[in-house]
Design a protein around this ligand. Structure first.
Ligand SMILES: NC(=O)C1=CN([C@@H]2O[C@H](COP(=O)(O)OP(=O)(O)OC[C@H]3O[C@@H](n4cnc5c(N)ncnc54)[C@H](O)[C@@H]3O)[C@@H](O)[C@H]2O)[C@@H](O)CC1
Ligand SMILES: Nc1ncnc2c1ncn2[C@@H]1O[C@H](COP(=O)(O)OP(=O)(O)O)[C@@H](O)[C@H]1O
Ligand SMILES: [K+]
Length: 475
């Protein structure tokens, strides 16, 4: 996992760490890491032109000490000190001593790098002038931007993206990630994120947000063993599709078949079942004992009865698409709801745009109010559960925004549930593998169908499971 901590928890940890160190040591660690990334970006430092925007807090202090390091390596460093009376005095003196010069209006032509030290975790969202105009001018000139700790102006904890804000090419962050560096929409402003270790980790409490990585998928994926048979691997029931949306049923079944469960039962209408079995002969038509249900993809006006029937089995349920409207808090223990922003907005009775602007807050609110694990689909996908760190998955590609992709995801999540994973892990792994499969299918940049995504899930799974350890002979 990559972990993100809120401003409050970073401050708490920093205070505890600072108490063990000489004054200023932490800022030096941060500045050294920042300067190293800038040097990497520049390639050749000597003679490079660097403009540093210096705010009035410690974020500006970091930027000033990094500026001193760059200037002492021969870079032509220009400091724009936004509030001279409040700039970090020792940092400013160090930068000037090393040869940096002050300016109010840099000529952006020929600037190799802009360092954004306007505000960090102490910043209020948004940017005021003159920082705003300076950033706009630099961007218009195509200047490469390195943000210090966070891109200035973003909402650090809420990960929303108020206008105006800095859009960085690289963000060099200290100690731990911040929510805005992992979750949409703010993550779009961060560019590539580089974490600098300043020794904070032992002092941090549990992260509120965690980003799922390939090693997490490998560690949690339910593997069959030599003793397994199809029933011990889990049976997943799919109640999806209708005469109008038969395709949704097939895509959901294909997602389920690409997961770890040993068998897929199709419990939808007979007319659809006949077609499913003809096209996917491994699926078994008719209801029976299952370890998890997937309900709702393309069920149209059967959604209510389909959800109630699944709930009566008292096994975990993936509640997707049309069935979401009939979800009642507490209906099923261990349920995984898989709405996109529009569906979640309807469930919470707000506008879609409101959810899209603050997905992290709404996914969390939904998990509370709806009493279930909520997987909110989008450019990155969130998995929220009450009293647990929220997960974020960002393996997908925008090509994944294609009709039916959600049906595949629901099927895959159901298979992982049936194989025994709790809802939060099933949702995390399903979203990760679904996103990885979409990238594989899109070959890093071409249109794909939901069927292509389903077809690529086994290869994406193989790639992540091929751990360096020697596999057991039967695996
Ligand atoms: N606390 C620590 O131990 C460490 C902090 N570090 C740095 O310190 C930063 C936090 O420093 P601070 O707490 O001083 O806060 P910041 O430097 O993030 O910002 C606070 C200052 O910016 C002004 N400000 C707030 N919102 C603004 C806005 N929208 N536009 C313009 N000005 C605004 C405030 O009036 C205040 O003076 C971190 O992000 C990190 O870069 C690092 O040096 C590592 C160690
Ligand atoms: N911009 C994007 N970048 C990456 N993935 C996206 C983006 N937009 C949507 N997705 C993903 O595409 C899938 C679309 O699912 P969904 O909205 O349910 O479509 P459908 O209902 O047609 O199946 C989800 O997995 C979602 O996370
Ligand atoms: K910054």
């Amino acid at each position: 996992m990559r972990y993100a901590h809120t401003v409050e928890s970073v401050r708490r940890a920093e205070a505890a760490l600072m108490a063990t160190l000489p004054a200023g040591a932490l800022m030096q660690r941060a500045a050294a890491g920042l300067a190293a990334v800038c040097i990497d970006v520049l390639g050749s430092v000597y003679g490079a032109r660097v403009v540093v925007l210096v705010g009035s807090g410690d974020n500006g202090g970091d930027a000033l000490y990094a500026a001193a390091r760059l200037a002492s390596r021969g870079a032509a460093v220009e400091l724009v000190v936004l509030k001279p009376e409040a700039a970090h005095p020792d940092g400013l003196a160090a930068a000037l001593r090393a040869g940096a010069r002050r300016t109010d209006k840099p000529a952006w032509d020929g600037v190799d790098l802009l360092v954004d030290g306007v505000v960090g975790i102490g910043g209020r969202p948004g940017l005021r002038d003159p920082a705003r105009t300076l950033i706009e001018d630099a961007r218009a000139a195509g200047t490469y931007v390195v943000a210090v700790d966070v891109p200035s102006g973003v909402d650090v904890d809420g990960a929303t993206l108020p206008e105006p804000h800095v859009t960085a090419d690289i963000t060099v962050t200290f100690g731990t990630h911040k929510p805005a560096l992992l979750a949409a929409p703010a993550v779009r402003a961060a560019g590539w994120v580089q974490l600098v270790d300043i020794g904070l980790v032992p002092y941090l409490d549990e992260a509120g947000l965690e980003s799922v990585e390939s090693a997490d998928v490998r560690a949690a994926y339910p593997l069959p063993s030599g003793e397994s048979h199809k029933y011990t691997r889990g049976v997943v029931g799919v109640d999806a599709g209708s005469d109008r949306y038969a395709g949704a049923a097939e895509l959901c079944v294909r997602g389920a078949q690409a997961g770890p469960a040993g068998m897929v039962r199709f419990g939808g209408p007979d007319s659809v079942a006949a077609e499913i079995v003809a096209r996917r002969p491994e699926a078994v038509a008719g209801r029976g004992r299952v370890q998890a249900w997937v309900v709702g993809s393309g069920t149209a006006d059967r959604a209510d009865s389909a959800l109630r029937a699944a709930a009566a089995d008292e096994v975990p349920v993936v509640v997707d698409a049309d069935a979401l409207a009939y979800w009642r808090p507490g209906m099923v223990r261990g349920a995984l709801l898989t709405p996109h922003a529009g569906e979640l907005a309807r469930m919470l009775d707000v506008e879609r745009s409101v959810v899209e602007a603050a997905p992290l807050a709404y996914a969390r609110q939904a998990a509370e109010r709806l009493d279930a694990t909520v997987l909110l689909k989008g450019s990155n996908t969130l998995i929220a559960e009450r009293d647990r760190p929220t997960r974020v998955v960002s393996t997908g590609t925008p090509w994944l925004a294609t009709a039916g992709a959600g049906d595949v995801l629901a099927g895959l999540a159901g298979s992982l549930l049936a194989a025994g994973l709790p809802a939060r892990d099933a949702g995390s792994l399903a979203a990760w593998l679904h996103g990885a499969a979409s990238r594989r299918a899109a070959e890093y940049g071409r249109p794909i169908t939901a069927g292509d995504v389903a077809g690529a899930i086994p290869a994406a799974t193989a790639a992540v499971l091929s751990a360096p350890a020697t596999p057991a002979p039967w695996a």
